[in-house]
Structures are given as C-alpha cells and as structure tokens.
Design a protein. Structure first.
Length: 76
C-alpha cells in the first residue's frame, strides 16, 4: 500500500469518525527508525537519491540546482 492509497479513503470516511479512526490506526505507515526511508532531502522531502556527504542531506535533483551557489564546480 502506497502513501497516496492510504490517504484516498479519507474522503469516504469523513462522515464516519469512528471508522476513520480505526482505518488510520491499522493502515497508516509505521514510523521508520533506520534504513533508507529515514534519510530525506531537506529541501523537497524526497527519500531516494540522498546525498549526505559533507552534511548536505539533499537529493541529487536539488543538489544539481544549488551546486553552483554552494561552491561546487563541474569538471567535464
């Protein structure tokens, strides 16, 4: 079950608060303490392609946008 699927049912269950509470309890994603899902981009929140070197903690897409302003140079 993906994150988007988990939230789609809220529209239908809005009128039934007891069922909504039970649905959230059993279908919400569990909090992660370790692994790939804990490292997210500071800028956009993306969990994939994380660059943590030098304390950057950004994804590769955000890094490409802001690399020149940080002081990185492209060699090629």
């Amino acid at each position: 079950m993906t994150y988007s699927d988990y939230r789609k049912a809220f529209k239908q269950l809005k009128a039934k608060p007891i069922k909504l509470k039970k649905y959230i309890k059993h279908n919400s994603p569990k909090p992660r303490k370790y692994g790939i899902a804990t490292k997210k981009c500071r800028r956009c929140g993306r969990p994939q392609a994380h660059i943590g070197k030098y304390g950057l903690h950004v994804c590769r897409n955000c890094f490409r946008e802001m690399a020149a302003s940080i002081g990185f140079k492209k060699f090629s």
